[in-house]
Design a protein around this ligand. Structure first.
Ligand code: ZN
Ligand code: ZN
Length: 149
């Protein structure tokens, strides 16, 4: 008995099916704009999760690039103790004028602050301090600035 060949479709058939599916998807999108938006959002999150490492690397690279620009512009080292290791350094508002900073809408820190400083042409009332000196300055003054015993 001759074996019946498995049912097969021509490429044109598959192409037709593909177009139909696309058309159905297009109609569905038009009929369900909210759901489509939601799906897009969820897919975006999935994309973010799957690419998180890369996104993090890129974010970090951008952060470091900006930080280098800003730190260099302000002398490249801690204004108090002279430490020049980038990871130890942070932007400091010379007069600790929190009210003025809020009034001028100075953004917290990180990339936003670096952008803010760059846009304003590196205002004079900022400096670079290492985290030690920065913290000490905010808590009664850095020991470096006191006369040695
Ligand atoms: Zn320092
Ligand atoms: Zn210091």
């Amino acid at each position: 008995m001759a074996q019946h060949p498995r049912h097969r479709h021509t490429p044109a058939y598959y192409e037709e099916r593909r177009l139909q599916a696309l058309e159905r998807a297009r109609k569905w999108r038009l009929d369900n704009p909210k759901r489509y938006k939601e799906l897009n959002r969820v897919c975006g999150q999935r994309w973010y999760k799957e690419n998180k490492d890369q996104v993090c690397r890129e974010t970090r690279a951008r952060y470091l690039r900006l930080k280098k620009i800003v730190v260099r512009k302000y002398g490249g080292r801690c204004a108090c103790c002279g430490v020049s290791e980038l990871v130890f350094l942070a932007v400091d508002h010379v007069n600790n004028d929190g009210a003025k900073m809020r009034k001028e809408k100075v953004h917290g820190h990180g990339v936003a602050l670096y952008h803010w400083l760059i846009r304003r042409g590196f205002p004079k009332d900022f400096q670079i301090l290492c985290h030690n000196c920065n913290w000490a300055k905010a808590h009664g003054g850095c020991p470096h600035a006191r006369p040695t015993l």
